[in-house]
Write a protein that binds this ligand. Structure first.
Ligand code: NAG
Ligand code: NAG
Ligand code: NAG
Ligand code: NAG
Ligand code: NAG
Ligand code: NAG
Length: 503
C-alpha cells in the first residue's frame, strides 16, 4: 500500500519528487556524514556527563544526576578517552587527560571488581597512552598528562595486585582495597581470563614483569582446567572456580556473560604477540572447533538462522544473550589472523543470527536475553517466535555494543556495505529509543516502540564501545582499524580500548 502510493505520487510529480527524495537518501548515504552523526551523539552524551556527572562514574541521563557504580574514580571519563582519541576530539581528550592524574585509586568506599577495573580503567589509560605516545601524539597539549596515564595505570595495578596473592594464583575478584581484603566467593571464568591482555601490556610498557606473571599464572589454571569433567568438550569450560583449590565447580557455560571474554582473549593474545602467545591460537582454535561441532543450533521456525547454545555438561540450553553477540566478531578475527575461511564463514553466520535479534523487535534493538527452545515459547510470543526464530526472555537494552561490534568486524573483513547499513540502522534505533534528557539511557523493553521505561542509567561502556564501533565502521582508514586480512597493528580489549600490538 505504501509502495503503491509512492509510485503514484512519483508519477504525477516526477521532477519535484525525484530531487528531494534523492537528497534525503543521500544525506546519510555518505560515510563521513554518518561518522559525524555518531560523533554528534558522543559529544551530546559527553556534554551531558560533564554538566551533570563528571567526575563521578556515570550520568543518570533522565534525572540529570550521577552515580558511582565503579568506585567513584570517573569511569565514564576514563572509558571515553580512547573513543575521543579515534574521533580526534582534542578538547575532550585534554579534559580527560588533565583529570586522570588527579584520581586517587587508593581511596574508595565501595567494593572493587578486579575485572571491571581492569577492563575499563586500566584498559582505558593504557589505550590512551598508546595513542598519545604514538599516532595521535599531536592531540595532547601537555606531555606530562600522557606520562601520567601510564603512571596512574601502574599505581592502580600496584593497589590491585594483592588480589593474586592466593594459594593458586587465581585472583579474588571482589576486593576491599582500603583494608586489602576480599570477599570469599567463587571466581568466574571471564573475571580470571580477561586480565592477561591488560596486565601483560602494562608489563611491556613499564618493564616490570610482575603484572604479566601474575595474570599469566592465573590464566594457566584455565588452560589446564581441573577437574577434567568441568570441560564437556575440548576448550569449552565451566563457569565458577574455587580460588583456593583452583577447581572448577561446574560444567555450565557458553559464550555468555561471565565466560565470554576468556574465549575472546585467547585469540587476542595471539594478535597482541604471536611469538610469546603462539600456543594461544591453538587454544582458541580448539574452542572454535568445539563450538562449531557441538554448540551450533538452528531455531525450528527459522532454520536459516545460526545461534550458539549454552550448555550444562553435554546438554544444550537453547538460550543466548546480547553479551554473547561479540562471538561473530571474534570468529572473524580468528579466521582472518589464522587464515581459516571456515571460521570466517561461521562468524558471518553468527553475525546474521544476532542481526535477526535486532530486526525482529519493535525498536530494532535486540534483547538482553533470548531463547529458541520450541517447547519453552511463552504463550504470547508464539507468533513472534514463528516469524523471528527466537523469543525474548529479558527485554531490556543496557546500551551494550556487541552486535554493532560484530558488524564492525564483518565490515572490515568482507568490505560488504550491508554491515555498515546494519550498524547505521542500529545506531538510529538506539539514538531514537534511548535518548534521554542529557544523554542515553538503558531501556526496559526493546519490543515496545519507545523502549518502555527508561532506567536512568548510562553505562560507561556507552562511550568506550557503542560510540567507538558505530563510529569506526564509518570512519576513514587508520592503523588502529581492524585489518580485514589479519595484519592487525592494534588489538581491542573487551571494553574496546585499542592497544598497540607488539612488534
Ligand atoms: C613491580 O610490580 C610489583 C606489583 O605491584 C611490585 O610489588 C614491585 O615492587 C614492582 N617492582 C619494581 C622493581 O618496581
Ligand atoms: C574491609 O572493609 C570492608 C568495608 O568497610 C568491610 O566490610 C570488611 O569487613 C573489612 N574486612 C576486613 C578483613 O577488615
Ligand atoms: C573453596 O575451597 C576451600 C577449600 O576446600 C573452602 O574452604 C572454601 O570455602 C571454598 N570457597 C568457596 C567460595 O566455597
Ligand atoms: C527445551 O526445553 C525442554 C523443557 O524444559 C527441555 O527438556 C529440553 O532439554 C530443552 N532443550 C534444549 C535443547 O534446550
Ligand atoms: C507476555 O506475558 C508476560 C507475562 O504475563 C508479560 O510480562 C509480557 O509483557 C507479555 N509480552 C508481550 C509481548 O505481550
Ligand atoms: C540522534 O538523536 C538526536 C536527538 O534526538 C537528533 O537530534 C539527531 O538528529 C539524531 N541523529 C540522527 C542521525 O538521526
Amino acid at each position: 500500500m505504501g509502495w503503491f502510493k509512492l509510485v503514484i505520487v512519483g508519477a504525477l510529480l516526477p521532477a519535484a519528487f525525484a530531487v528531494p527524495q534523492r537528497n534525503i537518501r543521500q544525506s546519510y548515504d555518505d560515510e563521513a556524514k554518518r561518522a559525524q552523526a555518531v560523533k554528534d551523539a558522543f559529544l551530546f552524551s559527553w556534554n551531558g556527563y560533564k554538566t551533570y556527572a563528571f567526575p563521578h562514574d556515570e550520568l543518570h541521563p533522565v534525572s540529570n544526576s550521577y552515580g558511582d557504580s565503579r568506585n567513584g574514580w570517573g569511569a565514564s571519563a576514563v572509558d571515553a578517552l580512547s573513543t575521543a582519541l579515534v574521533m580526534e576530539l582534542s578538547d575532550v581528550v585534554n579534559e580527560i587527560i588533565e583529570y586522570v592524574p588527579t584520581i586517587d585509586f587508593s581511596k574508595t568506599s565501595t567494593e572493587v571488581s578486579l575485572f571491571e577495573t581492569t577492563i575499563r580503567y586500566l584498559g582505558g589509560m593504557l589505550a590512551g597512552y598508546d595513542f598519545l605516545k604514538g599516532p595521535l601524539s599531536g592531540l595532547a597539549k601537555d606531555e606530562k598528562n600522557v606520562d601520567a596515564l601510564l603512571a596512574q595505570a601502574q599505581s592502580l595495578a600496584d593497589i590491585l595486585s594483592y588480589a593474586f596473592d592466593t594459594p593458586t594464583g587465581i585472583p579474588f575478584n571482589e576486593l576491599w582495597i582500603e583494608n586489602r581484603s576480599h570477599v570469599d566467593s567463587f571466581q568466574g571464568l571471564a573475571t580470571t581470563g580477561s586480565l592477561i591482555l591488560e596486565w601483560t601490556h602494562l608489563s611491556d610498557l613499564t618493564g616490570n614483569q610482575t603484572y604479566a606473571e601474575l595474570s599469566q599464572k592465573a590464566e594457566s589454571r584455565l588452560l589446564n582446567p581441573q577437574p577434567a569433567s568441568s570441560s564437556p568438550w575440548p576448550g569449552l569450560l565451566g563457569y565458577n572456580i574455587n580460588v583456593t583449590t583452583g577447581l572448577f565447580q561446574d560444567d555450565f557455560g557458553g559464550w555468555i556473560g561471565g565466560a565470554d571474554s576468556y574465549y575472546e582473549y585467547l585469540i587476542k593474545m595471539f594478535v597482541y604477540d604471536p611469538t610469546r602467545f603462539k600456543e594461544y591460537s591453538t587454544y582458541w582454535s580448539t574452542v572454535a572447533d568445539s563450538t562449531i561441532a557441538h554448540l551450533t543450533t538452528h531455531p525450528t521456525t527459522r532454520p536459516d538462522i545460526t545461534f550458539v547454545a549454552e550448555y550444562s555438561g553435554k546438554t544444550l540450553i537453547e538460550s543466548s544473550q546480547h553479551l554473547a553477540c561479540f562471538n561473530g566478531g571474534n570468529f572473524l578475527l580468528g579466521g582472518t589472523v589464522l587464515k581459516k575461511q571456515t571460521y570466517i564463514d561461521y562468524g558471518l553466520d553468527l553475525v546474521d543470527g544476532c542481526r535477526a535479534t535486532y530486526a525482529g523487535t519493535a525498536t530494532g534493538i535486540g534483547p538482553e536475553v533470548f531463547g529458541w527452545n520450541s517447547s519453552l515459547v511463552p504463550a504470547n510470543q508464539t507468533e513472534f517466535f514463528q516469524k523471528n526464530g527466537f523469543y525474548i526472555t529479558t527485554a531490556s537494552y543496557d546500551l551494550r555494543p556487541e552486535v554493532i561490534e560484530s558488524y564492525y568486524y564483518a565490515y572490515r573483513v568482507t568490505g560488504d556495505k550491508k554491515y555498515q547499513e546494519w550498524a547505521w540502522e542500529a545506531f538510529l534505533a538506539i539514538n531514537s529509543t534511548c535518548a534521554a534528557n542529557s544523554g542515553y539511557s538503558a531501556v526496559d523493553n526493546v519490543n515496545e516502540v519507545g523502549g518502555g521505561a527508561k532506567d536512568d542509567f548510562e553505562e560507561s561502556f556507552w562511550f568506550a564501545e557503542v560510540m567507538k564501533y558505530a563510529y569506526l565502521i564509518h570512519a576513514p582508514e587508520a592503523e588502529w582499524q581492524v585489518d580485514g586480512s589479519g595484519n592487525n597493528k592494534w588489538v581491542f580489549n573487551t571494553e574496546a580500548h585499542p592497544f598497540k600490538v607488539v612488534g
